[in-house]
Write a protein that binds this ligand. Structure first.
Ligand SMILES: C[S@@+](CC[C@H](N)C(=O)[O-])C[C@H]1O[C@@H](n2cnc3c(N)ncnc32)[C@H](O)[C@@H]1O
Length: 284
């Protein structure tokens, strides 16, 4: 894999998708709240401490932790895409929390002093990086000894039908191999689906006692149209795949995904799709 080409494409996609994430911010924050709460619980922030969030997007997790480091603490919210960081900036301004700092920063090169953070949080970021090992080693450098790293990475795609259905059907129409089990070392939202991959990556970076668990959520939509529009708002890769299809193929694809989504729904009058993530914690 050409790491530099991937980094460029990835950030370009995130910049392009930031307005869609802005449109979906409230719903995403609500539906993913069980993960935010568990991550903050594991990080255990205390008044006066410094916490850092990497690849923060709208910073649901970091802003929750920012409440707990008051008084006197700092929450440093970072993302490589300026458009995504702007979402965190807007939310931080709404909440008027003291001690919140925003910094455009690549998670692979953490521009913070050694041993300066008590906890680092990163929800659904590491498995998307070209070199997650480099990022984890830098996290360890930035954490004080005993400081905690808490991360989330999606569980296998069959436990996340809200994504799997779209990915499988798009792959079928674009005649790509099903992307549900990406090869080792290739950045992908499901690259860290196996808890053992996460534990090994943490140990290889020098972290001790990695603990990995699963957290379940329900993603709620009015109907299949609402789900599909949300996916398109939030996924640059899906959008890029769809533009390769003819209008007829897109119609056929929609019929196929709608039928599968309705089948997977936990509710009849709405669309409620299950989601599962790994959440991991380890000490520096
Ligand atoms: C799936 S989103 C997760 C956003 C947020 N953490 C959440 O849980 O809602 C991935 C985020 O990673 C950011 N990102 C991607 N590559 C990055 C990199 N190399 N360094 C820092 N952030 C990056 C994107 O801009 C985007 O905000």
């Amino acid at each position: 894999m050409d790491h530099d080409a991937y980094r460029k494409l990835s950030i370009e996609r995130w910049e392009r998708t930031a307005s869609g994430w802005g449109a979906q911010r409230e719903r995403w924050s609500r539906d993913t709240a069980p993960v935010s709460f568990r991550m903050v619980e594991l990080a255990d922030p205390q008044p006066g401490q410094t916490i850092v969030e990497l690849a923060c997007g709208a910073a649901d997790v970091g802003l929750l932790a920012a409440e707990l480091v008051r008084p006197g603490g700092r929450a440093i919210l970072t993302d490589a895409a300026e458009g995504m960081l702007d979402l965190a900036k807007a939310r931080a301004a709404e909440l008027e929390l003291p001690g919140v700092e925003l910094k455009a920063m690549d998670a692979e090169w953490i521009d913070l002093p050694a041993a300066s953070a008590d906890a680092i949080l990163c929800r659904w970021g590491f498995m998307l990086l070209a070199d997650p090992g480099a990022s984890l080693r830098d996290c360890r450098r930035v954490l004080r000894p005993g400081g905690r790293l808490v991360l989330a990475a999606w569980a296998p795609s069959h436990e996340n039908p809200w994504q799997e259905i779209a990915r499988e059907e798009v792959a079928r129409f674009t005649e790509q191999p099903p992307p549900t089990e990406p090869a080792a070392g290739v950045p992908d939202m499901f690259a860290w689906r196996d808890p053992a991959t996460i534990a090994t990556a943490l140990q290889d970076a020098g972290f001790v006692d990695p603990h990995v668990e699963q957290v379940d959520m329900t993603l709620r939509y009015d109907d299949a149209d609402d789900w599909w529009d949300t996916l398109l708002d939030m996924s640059g890769a899906l959008y890029d795949a769809l533009v390769q299809l003819t209008p007829e193929q897109r119609d056929e694809l929609r019929d196929a995904v709608d039928a599968r989504a309705r089948e997977a729904s936990r509710a009849e009058d709405r669309l409620e799709l299950p989601a599962r993530t790994n959440v991991a914690m380890a000490e520096a």
